[in-house]
Design a binder for this molecule. Sequence first.
Ligand SMILES: *Cc1c(COP(=O)(O)O)cnc(C)c1O
Length: 218
Amino acid sequence: MHKIINNLIEIEKEINSNNFKSQNKVKIIAVSKTFSIEKILPLIDYGHLDFGENKVQEAIDKWTVVKKNNKDLNLHMVGKLQTNKVKHAVKIFDYIHSLDSLKLAKKISEEQAKIKKNLKLFIQINIGDEEQKSGIKIEELSNFYKTCVKEYNLKIIGLMCLPPANIDPSSYFSKVEIASKNLSLSNLSMGMSSDYLIALKYNTSFVRIGSKIFGRRD
Ligand SMILES: *Cc1c(COP(=O)(O)O)cnc(C)c1O
């Protein structure tokens, strides 16, 4: 069997045996950024359905044909989204994990209305208040969420975060879990190759895993 399929199966097993708390099934997003579609195809043939990319143009180049031929595939935008790319992003992606400003919310609302599509969105929280990271401040979340839903009719399904690097992410995951409960949101996008087992303890529903499936990125 192909190595990347093995990697995915191992991660699935690990998640199932560590997932004591959560009732809802954890979805693994295979983050395939920088890898060519040829490298990804074995996983698609195996039947995996959720893939993540962080650049709009790269996603279009790699996924346009494959998605036409595999209607069940879900493509997740996990990277920073510029407003001038939204028009193309709403066409190719099914989920956006990086909603981080009202300007972006407005643009997504306008562009998806034009093509009658309703993407599933995560609000990205800048949980470590880090200057170099995007995301909504936790204190501003409640107002931001209300505007997204009432003014822009967006389908917000949950919260996403990228905790500060190289320290225990537990307290950050915990804060985001509490914030999502306060808004009665049912999904969390937390956990990457290095910390998905910790994210499970905080009831994450989507883990975004790249290098542990596909290997190191250059
Ligand atoms: C690249 C990326 C991932 C996957 O990272 P790995 O450490 O390779 O698992 C997850 N989330 C986001 C937002 C990313 O950009």
